[in-house]
Design a binder for this molecule. Structure first.
Ligand SMILES: [Zn+2]
Length: 206
């Protein structure tokens, strides 16, 4: 395959990059020459898919905060705690570090990520000039930090696995744990669906 290199985007030169192995292919090719993955100049319906997944994640974030994330039964006495009441509980008992970790993982990261994705989509859709470089970095950071929201789900999973002292103390995950996992997965998929090259297409059109 012969590919000519010059200034401008790869797409404008008839070159497309494989998202899996980063091999450069001719834009007309349907599959990557190296790994066989389907290749596109731009992810088809990138913004629509990103926004649909983002909206779904916002919907699931409501039960994730309303319903209990964990049920603790001590000698038959059952207590249910939501994400917020869990944070208060740890603050009350002086475990500030754990409270901070849960607050950052379950409130700050998911909300920041949702706002970042919405901002990225809005930047592509709007006709106003945008900061391409900063937004590309924002997308990379959004993709990177997303998985750390799972810390909260892991904390519950570890507690459930560790603390099963017969019938004396039993910890079970609540409905919010499932909703929260779905939120994390949906926001991760949403960030993946966003094609950051759309930001640079806009720069080229100027
Ligand atoms: Zn490939």
């Amino acid at each position: 395959m012969s590919v000519k290199y010059s200034r401008g985007s790869a797409a404008s030169q008839g070159i497309s990059c494989c998202k899996v192995c980063a091999q450069l292919n001719n834009a007309g090719d349907n599959n990557c020459q190296r790994c066989g993955e389907k290749i596109y100049l731009r992810t088809p319906q990138s913004i629509q898919k990103t926004l649909a997944l983002l909206l779904a994640s916002i919907v699931f974030y409501i039960p994730a905060n309303m319903y209990p994330i964990m049920k603790t039964s001590v000698l038959g006495d059952t207590n249910e705690s939501t994400i917020f009441s869990g944070i208060w509980l740890f603050l009350d008992s002086g475990a500030y570090f754990v409270a901070a970790v849960i607050f950052i993982a379950s409130i700050v990261i998911p909300l920041t990520k949702m706002l970042a994705i919405a901002w990225l989509c809005q930047s592509v859709i709007s006709s106003k000039p945008i900061m391409h470089q900063q937004l590309t970095k924002l997308h990379a950071i959004t993709e990177f930090i997303g998985k750390w929201s799972m810390v909260d789900v892991f904390v519950v999973a570890i507690l459930v696995a560790l603390i099963q002292i017969g019938n004396l103390m039993v910890i079970t995950p609540g409905l919010a744990a499932i909703s929260f996992s779905i939120v994390v997965i949906l926001t991760m998929l949403s960030a993946q669906c966003f094609d950051s090259r759309l930001l640079w297409d806009k720069a080229e059109r100027k």
